[in-house]
Design a binder for this molecule. Structure first.
Ligand code: NAP
Length: 256
């Protein structure tokens, strides 16, 4: 029996690299899944790839809109009867630019998705978990939630804010059975880093990749699956004494 047997998990940003890999891992561990994203066709292809049958469903919506988040939680309860795990993972990198060049619109968009979206997901899943006696919330932060990365002001500010939300939520829900943690990946080999590399070094994105890799003790990007493994652990009862933690999945990036 898998570590997540009997549990129902909501995953936001489920059609992206880390989200879809975590869906596969959680399904393999026995969870039933509600996958959330903004585009039904992208969600449909993840559902098809997973081949999860009755254990997987999807719900389209914007993670930054409260009505959509409420509808996501309601759809999960209606479909599966409960919510035990939230992986609040949807996130945008925004423009890669010097702090003085970022527009108000770009800055606000990153905060809306990353900060407001994470807060709304916690706000509307925690009560269902508390009513049921407990649950586990995992947010996707970043190494940029603990240190600065030049060119990523809006993103780094948002990921620092997510760690703040995790700390507050862990305190507020600690005696109510709901654990709240975040994972903090270093660069992961997927579409988001492709976008960051192209923005940072338009003529030769491989130069940006070399630069980022040089910041990582292990000298390479991580994989979506390497993040998914830690998320599944935090979702499971094996992590039952873990709350309020920021868990690096970073090949030693933060050791520097
Ligand atoms: N890749 C990395 O190197 C890295 C490192 C550290 C942390 N992270 C974090 O990991 C999380 C997942 O990203 P990923 O690496 O899997 O990248 P990804 O493949 O680009 O996926 C990002 C996901 O977030 C959603 N998203 C992106 N922009 C959005 C917006 N403006 N509004 C609403 N939803 C949006 C997308 O959902 P839709 O299907 O709705 O588009 C997508 O599923 C993010 O929070 C990211 O910040 C990534």
């Amino acid at each position: 029996m898998g570590r997540l047997a009997g549990k129902v998990a909501i995953i936001t940003g489920a059609s992206g690299g880390i989200g879809s890999a975590t869906a596969a891992k959680m399904l393999a561990e026995g969870a039933r899944l509600m996958l959330a994203g903004r585009d039904q066709s992208r969600l449909d292809s993840v559902v098809a790839q997973l081949g999860g049958g009755d254990s997987v469903d999807s719900c389209v919506g914007n993670p930054a809109e409260e009505a959509d988040v409420m509808a996501l939680v309601a759809a999960t309860k209606s479909r599966f009867g409960q919510v035990d795990v939230l992986f609040a993972n949807a996130g945008a990198e925004g423009a890669i630019a010097p702090l003085t060049s970022i527009s108000v619109e770009d800055f606000d968009q990153v905060q809306q998705v990353n900060v407001r979206g994470t807060w709304l997901a916690i706000k509307h899943t925690a009560p269902a978990m508390i009513d049921a006696g407990g649950g586990s919330i995992i947010c996707t932060s970043s190494v940029a939630g603990s240190v600065g990365v030049a060119g990523l002001a809006a993103y780094a500010a948002s990921k620092h804010a997510i760690n703040g939300l995790v700390h507050v939520a862990a305190l507020e829900f600690g005696k109510l059975g709901v654990r709240v943690n975040s994972v903090a990946p270093a660069p992961i080999d997927n579409a988001m880093m492709d976008s960051i590399e192209k923005q940072a070094s338009p003529d030769d994105p491989s130069l940006a990749r070399q630069g980022f890799s040089a910041l990582i003790a292990m000298g390479r990007y991580g994989t979506n699956e390497e993040v998914a493994n830690i998320v599944a652990f935090l979702a499971s009862d094996e992590a039952k004494y873990c709350t309020g933690g920021i868990y690096p999945v970073d090949g030693g990036f933060l050791a520097a």
